[in-house]
Unconditional design. Sequence first.
Length: 463
Amino acid sequence: MITTLIVLFFIGYLAIALEHPLRVDKTATALMLGMLLWIIYALGAEYIVPLIEGDAFKAYVDAHPMLANESLHKQALSYVTDVKLVESLGDVTQTLFFLIGAMTIVELVDIHGGFTVITSRITTRHKRTLLWVICAVTFVFSAVLDNMTTTIVMVLLLRKLIEDQHERWLYAGMIIIAANTGGAWSPIGDVTTIMLWVKGNVTALALIERVLLPSVVAMVVPLLIIQRSLKGVIPPFEHPVEEQTHGMSAAERTTIFCLGVGGLLFVPVFKSITHLPPFVGMLFVLGVLWLYTEIFYNGKRIERRKQHRLPQVISRIDMPSILFFLGILLAVAVLEASGVLAATAAWLDEEVHNVYIINVLLGILSSIFDNVPLVAGVMGMYPLEDASAVGYAANFVQDGVFWEFLSYCAGVGGSLLIIGSAAGVIAMGLEKINFGWYLKRFSLAALAGYLAGADVYMLELLL
């Protein structure tokens, strides 16, 4: 039964990785995979649960006398549905509610033209200077927004500045790297860092202190390489694209931008003060913005069809991505519950026994496979150790070396291939960038930055 779970998971994982050539949306695969694994786990509960969860299962049956006369299968199935499934849903929904809140806030700011507060100030025509400015803005944006939104905003900005498509590709390639490196050091910058932060594997301040500099290096190294391909100034458009006002004044757009981005930045502060799960802070900020926009539109004479109230904005968020995370995280939860991940961790500990090598390899794998299930699987493999842990286990305490380095490697490693991250896939779709072109022009530069940043992280620990 456990072998069946492993085989099905790898088939599903392969289908997700080959989403584009198979032309099957990864969300469909993830949802089917997650539900199928839970079905098989439930059907085989009488064999798996007593073997893997022996003590906990016995305590559960003892605490529920009504199960005493039931068959082993019914007892095990009850344990799966009442304990394992509920626990898994509790962990998964914290991440999903956080993402829904964050994505809605970002969409609210975007639809009101809030990001033009920053992008409209980028006026330089010198090619190399523009590359540095765009990368810096992308790096900062992606630490607060999700990588997909950041990439969309910056690529659309490029279309207003650069007419030649192939020249835009050079900038778009660096936007991919800047978005991934920017998300790696922030607790809210990437889905993987959100997962690590929500589960308590890392804290916001420690993550920023340890991973920020390596992330900067991982962006700057390829930036220095790529800028050599750019010389001179950008010719002006013959037919420049009009700046959109979104029906709002500059002051109103600035207000919505400050409220949205400020609210996102407030969430880690909220968690450190209240010690409540991050999704509570995120939904609180969403409620504040919802109230503000309701009051704003009630006081403005704007046609109803031109208003962007929050119920309309919610329809714009990327629900397929939310469902993808739901499916894949529940699939990984089955592997954790069935003991597969613990066995894998034990093998790695025995055969590799080096957190740096393990993480560097995971980062390279994240350029091929989606980093969300990769990180979810790793978190299931290694339990969060108590602060008193010593020796090798000390790498797995809160803010331990393993978790911080995993945040860096899983985030930055996705830049090695254009299909290795959400930012890459978005840029590929918007600009029709060829896989082979990116491989030839950017993969080695991204690898150089990835390894340089990894060296900087290890050097930080030595110093």
